[in-house]
Structure formats: structure tokens, C-alpha cells
Write a protein that binds this ligand. Structure first.
Ligand code: UMA
Length: 511
């Protein structure tokens, strides 16, 4: 029987990533970038976290930098600093001046492809890139990129935690919050660059080539931005476009959409014999001779030629639910391919407590458990959350509608949700789609929603915040929304026991 050895059990063609010792960090990295970028005039569009980091990087590389935003300069926190460093601010509406003599435009992820500025730039032949594309041209460390509709942040955090536990230096960034160009501000040369990549960031890539690319799942999300689901799915697949036979693609073959891509996509996923990446599939719904699958409650990693494979018990892990098993499978596949030993991986999986605002336990009061899944911003996330809960649920949901089809939630809401408390812009649409199978109440603030939830829940039930929508209608971010839920829950006092009807009636009496 073969074991996972130096070549990780996958034979020739899999890179032994992360072993290079990088010296001349600043010199080697920024000088090459500066050589190419100092002769360019570059527009940075959007001055949120990613645009600000992009502008700082380009200024360090002595590029001619023009910054713009739909907001005025006075409304942008970093505009004074960037102008002080040599950037010029031009209002977004002034397309002519903005694009005059420009070589490249770096588009922030929040700016849609159809935005007037991007359309005008492309019409003028200006190269439009995302920060991920720009950064990847100069990052020397192997890039591990994770995309998917749900689970990205969990998998990125697991991978980085495992690599760090093995003593490797890691930069973690991208959609998870730290802009990718912060990589160049690392104190030491990272041995790995682990990135969470959103579909928005993949809209403008041309040479982005992660040594390892992970695709977790594709379900409806961001349909307000894409023509249709296929357009959204196709954007995600750009993750693999530049990968070659020296790269690895870790893909969830048990996900319906990913499976159909695997069967139709052609050369990109043909595997070892083609120029495409080597594919490491994983699934919780079948079995592979060469990949990861679930046997009872254990994850089996069957490498090529292995008889029994490596077995990872999930029983001691606090991450629960099939989606989390998939997340762990993806992290194991990446970590093993990077040459990390099984014991280190098991140690991290067993100790991992999950992410903030992702099915996070808040408190138990009057035998009711309150859970914060504010990061559940789409229909697929709510479906998974409900599937993973084994009791009756009082659900707090609603936010900015992302064009998803709420009707796929009908069987799960019918089975588990005794009452749904709706907030935010999407409440009417959600009520229309789901109101036939559960009791629906509307609330105008988070505090009110939580107060109604307390009155509605009986001992043994769970109160779940899982909005299935973005947060920007009422909050500054999903984290802000989660904190608002948490503080509202923590402000609750124990109530005298009585029937649900009595408690709901007393709430209406209070007005
Ligand atoms: N702006 C314009 N014109 C527009 C739209 C926006 O000028 O048409 C300006 C805004 O006025 C604002 C700036 O752009 O000043 C905001 O830029 P942004 O929306 O791209 O946000 P950033 O602060 O740069 O954060 C981005 C990601 N935001 C989005 O994708 C919307 C962050 O992901 C990411 O963490 C950060 O870069 C670092 O990489 C957030 C997100 O919501 C968490 N992501 C989506 C998701 O997870 O579903 C994809």
C-alpha cells in the first residue's frame, strides 16, 4: 500500500508548494512591481478597504495614481492620506478626464461590470483588473484560492490555521476582509498566500493562477448583479482558467452544480492526462477511489493506489453538519497536498470553534438557544442552517434581496420553522414566498425582532438569525448586524414561563 509521502500520494505533477525560502523580500517583490508599474498611469476605482490598499500599493511602486469613487473626496476616509502620498482624486462622473492616458483600471469588487466607468474603460481599451489579478502578478508565495457560494471563510480559516500550526508563515486575505494587496505589508515573506475569492473579484482576472484552487459549492447568490445563475457560476469558474498541470483543483463533486460542471467542462477538469489541473474531488454523497468521501462519521482520503486511505474522525470536531464536513474535506485535501502531516490537521480540526457570525452560539435563556448566523447572506446558507438544526426554530430573517429563489426553502421552513420574524428590504418577498408554510411577523428593528422571537420560542427551541440577504439595508456589514443581534439577545431577561400564546398575548398588550 502506498502512503502519503514526499509527493503527497498524488505522483508527479503536484507542486511541493511552500518549501522555498524567500529572501530579499522587499527588494525582490516590490522592485519588480515598481519596475513595471512606475511607468503606468492607473485608476483605482472605489475607495473602500480594497481600493485604499490598492492605491497605497501602487503609490509605493511609484505609479501615477488617479483615485475615484462615486462618493466625493471629502466622504472618503483615506482620500487625504492618498492625495498626500501623490494620488489625484477625480470624480467618477468625469469619465473623460479620468480615463485620459490611462493604462490600467483597478476595479473594486463592489463596482458592477455594467458600471458606466468600467464600460467606458473597456471601450477605450484600458485594461480592467481586480486587486486579486494585480496582486497575483507579483506574489511569489504559492497561492491557495478558495471560492464557492458558502463556506469560503471557514475553509480559508481552517487552511491557514493548519499551515500556521505546522509552523508555516501565511498571509490570509481577500474577500474574508484583509485586502490581498496587504500581502506586501507582511513583516516576513509569507510561505503561503491563502485567499478567499468572491465572484466579484473573479470578474476581472486574466492571468490569476492559484497553485491550488478550491471550489466548495455554487448555489444562487448575487443574482442582482449577474444576468442569471449560469452567468454567476461561469464567473466563479474563472478561478481555474489559468491553472495548468502543475496546479491542483480541489472540487466538491457532491455539489449539484459543480458536478455538472465536472462532467461538461472539458479540458480544464480533464485531470492528469491533459494540461488542466490535477483534480482532487471530495463528496459527502458518494465514494471515490481517489479523493475524499464520508464513511460513517469519518472522512476518508483515498489517494491514488491507497487501499484503505487515510481516515479522519469528525466526532471530536465542533464543526457540525454535512456542509462543515465538506469544508473540512477541502481543508484536508489542501493541507495534505501541501505536505502537512495528518496529526497537525486533526489537532486543528478538533480545536476549531468556528467563525464569528457563522452559526455562532450566543446564549441559552429559559432553555432557548440563540444562534447568530448573520453571515448567512443567501438562500443556500439559510437552507444549510435549517438542515443542520435538529429542533424547532424561530427564525429571524430578511435583508437586501439578492435575487435568489426563496421557494427552495419551503420544505425546510415547513418542517422546522414555527415562526418567522422578518426584517429589512426583502421581508415582503420572503413573506410571499414562505408565508404559506409558517407563521410570519414583521419587525422594524433587530431589537424588536429579538423581543418577538423570545416571546415566540418555547423551551427546547432555537432562535436563529439567518437573514438570507445582505446587511446594507439596516447595517454597515454582516458583522454589524450580528453584533446588533447579539446585544439584543444579551439584553433579554428571563421571562416567566407560560404557554407560547400567553407570552405572545402579553407582548401585544405591551404594545
Ligand atoms: N463604489 C463606487 N462605485 C460603485 C460601487 C461602489 O465608487 O459602483 C465605492 C463606494 O462608494 C465605496 C467603495 O466603492 O467607497 C466600496 O468598495 P467595495 O464595495 O468594493 O468594498 P470594499 O470595502 O473595498 O470591500 C471589498 C469587498 N466588498 C465587496 O465585495 C462588496 C469585501 O467583501 C472584501 O472583504 C474587501 O473588499 C477586501 O477584499 C465583503 C462582501 O460583502 C465582505 N463581499 C461579498 C460577499 O461576501 O457576498 C462578495
Amino acid at each position: 500500500m502506498r502512503t502519503f509521502t514526499e509527493d503527497n500520494g498524488y505522483g508527479v505533477g503536484v507542486p511541493r508548494v511552500g518549501t522555498a525560502v524567500l529572501t530579499d523580500w522587499e527588494a525582490g517583490m516590490l522592485d519588480r512591481a515598481a519596475e513595471e508599474l512606475s511607468v503606468k498611469k492607473i485608476v483605482v476605482a472605489g475607495l473602500g478597504t480594497s481600493g485604499t490598499a490598492t492605491a497605497r500599493f501602487l503609490l509605493k511602486c511609484r505609479a501615477t495614481v488617479v483615485i475615484t469613487d462615486s462618493k466625493s473626496a471629502s466622504e472618503i476616509a483615506a482620500s487625504e492620506e492618498l492625495i498626500g502620498l501623490g494620488a489625484e482624486f477625480v470624480p467618477e462622473s468625469d469619465n473623460e478626464t479620468l480615463l485620459d492616458g490611462v493604462d490600467m483600471l483597478v476595479a473594486s469588487p463592489g463596482i458592477a461590470r455594467t458600471a458606466q466607468l468600467l464600460v467606458a474603460a473597456e471601450a477605450k481599451g484600458v485594461e480592467v483588473v481586480s486587486d486579486i489579478e494585480l496582486a497575483s502578478r507579483y506574489i511569489k508565495a504559492p497561492i491557495i484560492a478558495v471560492t464557492g457560494t458558502n463556506g469560503k471563510s471557514t475553509v480559508v480559516t481552517l487552511i491557514s490555521s493548519i499551515l500556521e500550526a505546522a509552523g508555516r508563515s501565511v498571509f490570509t486575505g481577500g474577500n474574508i476582509g484583509t485586502p490581498v494587496l496587504e500581502y506586501f505589508n507582511s513583516d516576513i515573506a509569507p510561505e503561503f498566500c491563502v485567499l478567499e475569492v468572491s465572484s466579484f473579484q473573479l470578474e476581472h482576472v486574466s492571468t490569476f493562477k492559484p497553485q491550488m484552487a478550491v471550489l466548495l459549492n455554487i448555489t444562487e447568490d448575487h443574482l442582482e448583479r449577474y444576468k442569471d445563475f449560469d452567468d454567476y457560476a461561469a464567473t466563479k469558474l474563472a478561478l481555474f482558467d489559468s491553472q495548468d498541470s502543475g496546479c491542483v483543483a480541489v472540487v466538491n463533486a457532491g455539489d449539484g452544480c459543480v458536478a455538472s460542471i465536472l462532467s461538461t467542462r472539458g479540458t480544464v477538469f480533464e485531470g492528469r492526462s491533459s494540461n488542466g489541473p490535477q483534480v482532487v474531488p471530495f463528496t459527502t454523497t458518494g465514494m471515490f477511489g481517489d479523493g475524499l468521501y464520508l464513511r460513517m462519521s469519518s472522512i476518508v482520503f483515498a489517494g491514488s493506489g491507497l487501499l484503505d486511505g487515510e481516515v479522519y474522525s469528525t466526532e471530536e470536531c465542533s464543526l457540525k453538519g454535512l456542509h462543515n464536513i465538506e469544508n473540512m474535506m477541502a481543508a484536508i485535501a489542501v493541507a495534505r497536498t501541501c505536505g502537512i502531516d495528518k496529526e497537525t490537521i486533526e489537532g486543528v480540526l478538533a480545536g476549531f470553534r468556528g467563525l464569528r457570525h457563522r452559526m455562532e452560539f450566543v446564549r441559552t435563556l429559559d432553555e432557548v438557544t440563540y444562534i447568530d448566523d448573520s453571515k448567512g447572506t443567501n438562500v443556500g446558507a439559510l437552507k444549510m442552517a435549517l438542515k443542520g438544526i435538529d429542533s424547532e426554530v424561530v427564525l429571524v430573517a430578511g435583508g437586501v434581496d439578492k435575487g435568489g429563489d426563496y421557494s427552495v426553502l419551503l420544505p425546510y421552513v415547513k418542517e422546522k420553522v414555527t415562526r418567522m420574524i422578518l426584517i429589512g428590504e426583502s421581508r415582503e418577498k420572503m413573506k410571499e414566498a414562505l408565508g404559506s408554510v409558517t407563521d410570519v411577523v414583521e419587525a422594524s428593528t433587530m431589537e424588536e425582532a429579538v423581543r418577538i422571537a423570545q416571546s415566540s420560542a418555547e423551551a427546547g427551541m432555537k432562535v436563529l438569525l439567518c437573514p438570507a440577504g445582505a446587511s446594507f439595508d439596516m447595517f454597515s456589514s454582516y458583522a454589524d448586524r450580528g453584533e446588533s443581534y447579539r446585544s439584543s439577545v444579551m439584553a433579554l431577561s428571563s421571562v416567566s414561563k407560560g404557554s407560547k400564546e400567553e407570552r405572545v398575548a402579553s407582548l401585544s398588550d405591551e404594545g
